[in-house]
Design a protein around this ligand. Structure first.
Ligand SMILES: Nc1ncnc2c1ncn2[C@@H]1O[C@H](COP(=O)(O)OP(=O)(O)OP(=O)(O)O)[C@@H](O)[C@H]1O
Ligand SMILES: [Mg+2]
Length: 309
């Protein structure tokens, strides 16, 4: 779905965000408002924020990013990121192109290990374990933290074999178990009815939206705890996008989802919390409704109302 985030009109804000951003305020009005509700306060002298950019305390997070810096060679692209993800919620990462959203997402299952020049400092704790611990089993981590990419990437195999790809790798060959898994995962991915009569045909015969749901089915066949999604709908039409969004809302009953999206409507529709990144920094992280209706930082407000990015 294409969203005109360049528009400055109030109507467009309501359309884009799904929330009525009542005040198109200047920084000073944001400050006034924040003084009233006691949230992040900006010093009028320095322009610095006086309190943390995380506005909510999250008890027992499933993911906890702590003082995380990330560089590609000499190019530092993430600066001191601190962010907790609650279990069985959907957290959206938003921000302009190049601000580091995908880098942080890929760090969460160590996909960035594949980049030679990558280096980092800080920790990412998943269920009380630092995922950078040298003793950690990285393959096991990637099973627990699945990933769905922007461009769907089915393997040149049948629909059936795509779903159970991860299970085959670990030597699972019990037919009845595999059959059950294929049906359960395709049902969970809202794809079963569309493909149940062609399970042994090539996955390449599916439409783009179907392929993306197949990749989601493949991700959940590994029974992950967390599913990372990097712009999963950006190549899909509005109908397929709605299907994937409905699927995410269904999946969060069992999984924790972190999604990167450029679509403000999507972030406001599906996520419980939203993190706004700018130039490698986490500018603001709060409940989605708050980010879209009463952000604490004027930069967040400018971005969600389409003034830049
Ligand atoms: N493999 C890589 N090698 C070197 N630099 C990289 C690599 N991947 C990303 N970068 C750089 O790191 C910065 C952050 O990139 P990243 O892909 O995380 O941004 P993003 O917020 O996901 O952007 P977009 O919205 O365009 O997907 C960018 O400047 C990018 O050019
Ligand atoms: Mg990206």
């Amino acid at each position: 779905m294409t969203v005109d985030i360049q528009s400055n009109s109030k109507e467009a804000d309501v359309k884009n965000t799904g929330f009525n951003v009542e005040e198109k305020s200047s920084s000073s009005r944001v400050l006034e408002r924040n003084v009233k509700d006691g949230s992040n306060l900006m010093s009028p002298e320095t322009g610095q924020y006086l309190s943390n950019n995380n506005t909510d305390v999250i008890e027992n997070p499933i993911i906890s990013v702590k003082n995380f810096d990330f560089s590609y060679g000499n190019n530092k692209v993430l600066h001191d990121i601190n962010l907790d993800v609650p279990e069985k919620e959907i957290v959206a990462f938003i921000g302009p192109s190049g601000c580091g959203k995908s880098t942080l997402l890929r760090s969460m299952n160590r996909m960035n290990d594949l980049v030679d020049v990558a280096n980092y400092e800080g920790e990412i704790i998943i269920r009380d374990q630092n995922i950078f611990d040298p003793a950690l089993d990285v393959i096991g981590l990637r099973r627990r933290v699945g990933m769905v990419f922007q461009k769907s990437n089915p393997f040149p195999k049948s629909i059936y074999e795509n779903v159970i790809f991860g299970l085959r790798i670990i030597g699972e060959n019990r037919k009845s178990f595999l059959d059950e898994t294929v049906e359960r995962c395709l049902r969970s991915a809202a794809l079963w009815d569309e493909v149940k009569d062609r399970l042994h045909e090539s996955a390449f015969g599916l439409s783009g939206g179907q392929m993306q749901r197949l990749c989601i089915a493949r991700a959940i066949a590994n029974e992950p705890e967390i599913v990372l999604m990097d712009e999963p709908c950006s190549a899909l039409d509005p109908v397929a996008t709605v299907k994937v969004e409905e699927l995410m809302l269904e999946l969060k009953k069992n999984y924790t989802i972190v999604i990167v999206t450029h679509n403000m409507q999507q972030a406001s529709r599906v996520s419980d919390r939203t993190a706004f990144f700018y130039l490698g920094e986490l500018v603001e992280y709060a409940k989605t409704e708050r980010i879209f209706s009463n952000p604490s930082n004027p930069k967040t407000e400018d971005y969600i109302s389409g003034r830049f990015g």
